[in-house]
Ligand binder design. Structure first.
Ligand SMILES: O=C(O)[C@@H](CO)OP(=O)(O)O
Length: 283
């Protein structure tokens, strides 16, 4: 009763082969990319402009990113390689996420090009005091306009990258600051040169970075225009999952919060509250 004729078996196995080909084709057509902004830092907590200042995670930040790692593990997403900045809040975030998802062994590349946007002479200032001094509109221009940079620092400032050994060998302007546009000018080349080849090679890539370096990257990925990007705030410690097609265009994900096409993992109400929290740092 269980005997199948030769032709039935070969028909069945050909159908199975076809199915597995379709499945592997679909898998080959899709590339998973994981983005995560670092957890809350001590200067986020103190509401200070941070930029390239190298502050650690706050106790809450450590917890946020441990949870991010558990969410990734639960979702079964396993990065093959990770990239992060030269700043400890992003590096530590990556370590926690990899530890929680049992992937501490994967290769990690660190690059200043993934750093937060340099906040020039605003670094270290209290955000609310800066609003009180310069007005809400001016501060919003510095925080969220596309190409108006904050005031610069020169080489006499401890915030100038020439005074920090980790940037030795790189050249920065005497009068230094960054807008989102100039941040994008270093994030996107790094993406194209160091990350795209890995994705095309079939790797699942994770990037642990910063609010504004990730805003620059998603502007590029999602093709967000300059006025819409000024409204976008990225929550701390929340995995953002993209599925990219073979041309590395995002495949819109169910539950994505516009204008992003990737989806955040976790409690969506809590995520929206975190997004509002970033926005409201300067009321
Ligand atoms: O201070 C900073 O470096 C960034 C991120 O924390 O702040 P903002 O969201 O104001 O650009």
């Amino acid at each position: 009763m269980f005997a199948l004729s030769r032709s039935t078996v070969s028909l069945a196995s050909r159908a199975a082969l076809r199915r597995s080909f379709v499945v592997s084709q679909q898998a080959a057509d899709k590339h998973t990319l994981v983005l995560v902004r670092h957890g809350e830092s001590t200067w986020n907590l103190e509401n200070k402009f941070t930029g390239w200042y190298d502050c650690p995670l706050s106790p809450k930040g450590h917890e946020e990113v441990k949870e991010a790692g558990q969410l990734l593990k639960k979702e079964g997403i396993k990065p093959d390689i990770a990239h992060t900045s030269l700043l400890q809040r992003a590096i530590r975030t990556l370590w926690h996420v990899l530890e929680q998802s049992e992937l501490m062994w994967i290769p990690v590349q660190k690059a200043w090009q993934l750093n937060e946007r340099h906040y020039g002479a605003l670094q270290g200032l209290d955000k609310q005091e800066t609003v009180d001094k310069f007005g809400k509109d001016q501060v919003l221009v510095w925080r969220r306009s596309y190409d108006v940079p904050p005031p610069t620092v020169d080489r006499s400032s401890p915030h100038h990258p020439d005074n920090d050994p980790r940037y030795a060998g790189f050249e920065f302007a005497d009068e230094f600051t960054e807008s989102l546009a100039t941040t994008l000018d270093r994030v996107v080349p790094y993406w194209n040169e160091s990350i795209v080849p890995q994705i095309k090679d079939g790797k699942t890539v994770m990037i642990a970075a910063h609010g504004n370096s990730l805003r620059a990257l998603v502007k590029h990925l999602d093709g967000i225009d300059e006025s819409t990007i000024s409204e976008l705030n990225i929550p701390t410690g929340t995995p953002l999952i993209y599925e990219l097609d073979d041309n590395l265009k995002p495949i819109p994900q169910e539950g994505a919060i516009a204008p992003l096409q990737g989806r955040y993992l976790g409690d969506q109400d809590a995520i929206r509250a975190r997004i509002e929290g970033v926005k409201n740092q300067t009321k």
